[in-house]
Design a protein around this ligand. Structure first.
Ligand code: NAX
Ligand code: K
Length: 478
């Protein structure tokens, strides 16, 4: 599991460690890791450290100190290093001395130095940043982001909100971020994540609490969670998932949800609704039923909503079932909050940003700008697990660590792709995973399937569904 911690927790762990180490030791560890990563970045772009022009953007805190010490190390290896000091009298004194002693200099022409640089280190602010970047810092951030240089953010891109991933004003756009001790939430959650580039973690020996503030499944976690049929399995023991989706107007949503469900590990898929012919045509293995969901026969989990139109009765009937229910698309509009809260079996909501905004009474843009607070709020207000779809899909449940999906791809932003995801997650629920595991495993497979299917080109929702098997294989092989 990849984990991230908020600033307060990182600070506490740093204090605890600093008390046991000689003064400055922690910063030296950080700077050494940072310099090594920079040397590698310089090497990768077919050059070398010796003779490379490096510019340090130095704020007045320890983030600037890291940049200065790392710059000193690069200068000792022959790089031409210039430091742009935002507040010369408050720059980290030890770091500046080290840089000058190693042959580095203070820039007197920042614009020219930045334009000539091959590598820029953003040491403007780290976890001590408060509010939006001040104007002089914002100007440097813009110069660096627009430059031809490879930009390395120190700890995090200056200007982003460390704990939430929000970006409220100007910020550095980095090609890579070298972060210390642990990931911070902003390195995993958009819009900040997008500004971080490739993230490198430098171990500085922090001891962090067992419960993270944010976590992301890795291949090994997914492999462990995915249900594998045993010798004693039959279709009922593997779980039956019910799909209440589709309408005369939108039969395709039913087909796609079933397509996802068939690849999600349940032993059988039961379809209930008016699109049975379309479903059977495409997937003859589906069990279909024309009456209300409660009369369809036993299922271990329901998916309700994709392409449902205004069929509130079907939603009400499904919500009355005493099994886990996934609510998506039209179902989200039709499910009363009080009904969801009153359920005793688990509920999983899977809105995209627009649907989440409608449920929260907020703006879509606001939800997209602050995904992490939004998904937490929604989970609390419904007393349910919420999977918020988007550029970084998040999964929250009351009392649980929020999960972020690491496998997304923008090619998944295609019609019907969400229907496949809901079927897939519903199938995993029926197979016995809890709501958080089912949602995060489904998002992981779905993202991977999208990537495998896309290969850098456009895809449709059917391609994603067909990619799930390959994704499953890849996840369990690792
Ligand atoms: N505390 C530790 O033990 C370690 C800290 N390290 C580094 O230290 C950083 C934290 O250092 P600090 O606590 O000094 O804080 P920062 O250096 O992150 O930021 C504080 C400084 O930035 C300025 N600042 C704050 N908000 C600003 C804004 N909106 N616009 C412009 N300037 C702003 C402040 O005036 C202050 O001088 C970490 O991110 C990391 O890079 C590492 O050296 C590892 C060890
Ligand atoms: K920074």
């Amino acid at each position: 599991m990849r984990t991230a911690f908020v600033v307060e927790t990182v600070r506490a762990a740093e204090r605890e460690l600093m008390a046991r180490l000689p003064e400055g030791a922690l910063m030296q560890r950080a700077a050494a890791g940072l310099a090594a990563a920079c040397a590698e970045f310089l090497g990768q772009s077919r050059g070398k450290v010796y003779g490379s022009r490096v510019v340090l953007l130095v704020g007045s805190g320890d983030n600037g100190g890291d940049a200065l010490y790392a710059g000193a190390r690069l200068a000792r290896r022959g790089a031409g290093v210039a430091a742009v000091l935002l507040a010369p009298e408050r720059a980290h004194a030890g770091g500046l001395r080290a840089l000058l002693a190693a042959g580095g200099r203070v820039s007197t022409a920042p614009e020219r130095d930045i334009a000539d640089a091959r590598l820029i280190l953003d040491g403007i602010v780290g976890i001590g940043g408060k509010g939006g970047l001040r104007p002089d810092a914002a100007r440097l951030a813009a110069l660096a982001s627009d430059s031809r240089a490879f930009v390395v953010a120190v700890d995090l891109p200056s200007g982003v909100e460390a704990d939430t991933g929000e970006v409220r004003g100007p910020a550095v756009r980095a090609d890579a971020t070298v972060t210390f001790g642990t990931y911070k939430p902003c390195l995993l959650v958009d819009p900040a994540r997008e500004l971080a580039g490739a993230v490198r973690l430098v171990d500085i020996g922090l001891e962090l609490p067992a419960a993270a503030d944010l976590e992301a499944l890795q291949y090994a976690d997914v492999a462990e969670l995915l249900p594998v049929p045993g010798a004693e399995s039959d279709k009922y023991r593997r779980g039956v998932v019910g799909i209440a989706a589709g309408s005369a107007r939108y039969p395709g949503a039913a087909v796609l949800a079933v397509a996802g469900a068939l690849r999600g590990g349940a032993g059988a898929v039961r379809y209930v609704g008016p699109a049975a012919d379309a479903v059977i045509d495409r997937f003859p293995e589906t069990l279909v039923h024309a009456g209300p969901p409660s009369k369809a026969g036993r299922v271990q989990a329901w998916v309700v909503g994709p392409g449902l139109g205004d069929d509130a009765d079907r939603v009400r009937d499904v919500l009355a079932a005493d099994v886990p229910v996934l609510i998506d698309a039209d179902g989200l509009r039709l499910a009363a909050r009080a009904t969801v809260r009153a359920r005793t079996a688990p509920t999983l909501l899977t809105p995209h940003a627009g649907e989440a905004a409608a449920l929260l009474g907020a703006d879509r843009a606001e939800v997209e700008a602050s995904r992490l607070p939004a998904v937490r709020r929604l989970a609390e207000s419904y007393g349910a697990t919420v999977l918020l779809k988007g550029s970084t899909t998040l999964i929250a449940a009351p009392g649980r660590v929020v999960r972020v999906n690491p496998t997304g791809t923008s090619w998944l932003a295609t019609a019907g792709s969400g229907d496949v995801l809901s079927g897939l997650a519903g199938s995993l629920l029926a197979a016995g995973l809890d709501t958080v595991d089912a949602a995060s495993t489904a998002a992981f497979l779905h993202g991977l399937a999208g990537r495998l299917a896309a290969w850098g080109g456009p895809i449709g929702a059917q391609d994603v569904a067909e990619g799930v098997r390959g994704a499953w294989r890849e996840a369990t092989r690792a």
